[in-house]
Design a protein around this ligand. Structure first.
Ligand code: PMP
Length: 376
């Protein structure tokens, strides 16, 4: 009797461009001081927790039903919040969109406007998820360069947009990991270029990712001001940072209704669960309280940047809740030294730099003490 030969091992038909990819994500380590993913260090108060619990209990009663697919109540509340925060009015439900984190909002943007034969563009160093949205939607990816000081040269950027003709440009302001905000004049100029720089003479969708906007310094405006005259502008925000709701996964954007309608086509049905909607609405009702810490986090950030400079280090001027600092010949050794002292920062950005999120005063003090030790 002849033995049947072993069948060839089964191979999964993973897309070739994904075959050697690792899932994205910063290490989630159990250490006392977490300053690595730009979270808000302050937990929701007992009053906020009680409101959320009660809203979730109400939502739980109808969980046999699919959630409100259009979530217009939440979209209206987000528009009202943006008006309060930025002074820009007229942002009703038709101008708002939301999803499970601004990560998903931006994936929707690439699903709607990117795709095979199209290109998304940004300027490095920048948020490392952008190329992943492009990869996952089969959109070509081009990264221009920021200047040495991490600002954007508007002429260089405008030329690259005209040359690449991207369907989507992703520009964070403030930028991650550098904390650098974009002047409104730069956004205005790029919006002008973008009117016809997309595929086949269409517009390029310019996404200003304002995940950290609430932390911007006095006098730095929001790109929301430019929405009324620019149907190809999308301003993305999140409840993960200033609101301290990273665990709830709620991101959103404001744009012209036609742009929002394009996102409604690509979203999965019922993508925003009834629980998520309830949590977001309950949190928005406590805006004042949740945002109370933003001013102190801003002050803490400025103080931290000054401290780093006074200690002979470089610190990039920041409009966000983190500071990029350096420069180290062996940044990994510094990162490891801090971790050994129970402090987790992020090894990201150009070589030689590390990024630290602004924590509570106690956490910042622990970070400073550990850094002094590590560099001694
Ligand atoms: N944009 C930028 C620039 C970010 O840094 C982050 C998170 N680190 C996000 C978007 C996504 O945040 P979320 O999905 O939590 O809204």
């Amino acid at each position: 009797m002849t033995a049947t030969p072993d069948p060839a091992p089964l191979r999964l038909p993973v897309r070739p461009e994904l075959a050697h990819e690792e899932p994205y994500g910063a290490p989630q380590l159990d250490v006392p001081v977490l300053l690595n993913v730009n979270e808000n260090p302050y937990r929701p108060s007992d009053a906020v927790v009680a409101s959320i619990a009660s809203a979730v209990a109400d939502a739980a009663v109808t969980l046999n039903r699919y959630p409100d697919r259009e979530f217009r109540t939440l979209r209206t509340a987000l528009g009202a919040y943006l008006e309060r925060e930025s002074g820009v009015g007229g942002l009703d439900a038709d101008h708002l969109w939301a999803a499970n984190g601004s990560n998903e909002v931006m994936l929707h943007l690439l699903q709607a406007f990117g795709g095979p034969g199209r290109t998304a563009l940004s300027f490095a160093p920048t948020y490392s998820m952008y190329p992943e949205y492009a990869r996952d939607t089969n959109t070509a990816w081009v990264a221009g360069r920021r200047e040495e000081d991490f600002t954007l040269d508007v002429d260089v950027a405008a030329r690259l947009i005209e040359e690449v003709r991207p369907a989507v440009v992703l520009l964070p302001s403030p930028n991650n990991p550098t904390g650098t905000a974009l002047p409104l004049d730069t956004v205005r100029r790029l919006l002008d270029v973008a009117r016809t720089s997309g595929p086949d003479g269409a517009a390029t969708v310019l996404v200003i990712d304002e995940a950290y906007a609430e932390f911007r310094r006095e006098g730095v405006p929001s790109a929301l001001e430019l929405l009324a005259s620019n149907p190809h502008l999308a301003v993305s925000r999140t409840m993960s940072k200033a609101f301290g709701m990273a665990g709830a996964r709620v991101g959103y954007l404001a744009a012209a209704p036609a742009l929002v309608d394009a996102l409604r086509v690509v979203r999965l049905p019922y993508h925003l669960s009834a629980v998520t909607q309830a949590v977001a609405l309950a949190a928005l009702a406590h805006t004042d309280e949740l945002m109370a810490q933003v001013a102190s986090l801003r002050a803490e950030r400025d103080e931290l940047a000054t401290w780093l400079l006074e200690h002979g280090l470089d610190a990039v001027p920041s409009d966000a809740n983190f500071v990029l600092f350096g420069r180290f010949r062996d940044r990994h050794a510094v990162w490891q030294g801090l971790l050994d002292a129970g402090i987790l920062v992020r090894e990201t950005g150009p070589d030689g730099w590390l990024r630290v999120s602004v924590g509570t005063p106690q956490e910042t003090a622990a970070f400073k003490a550990a850094l002094v030790e590590v560099l001694a």
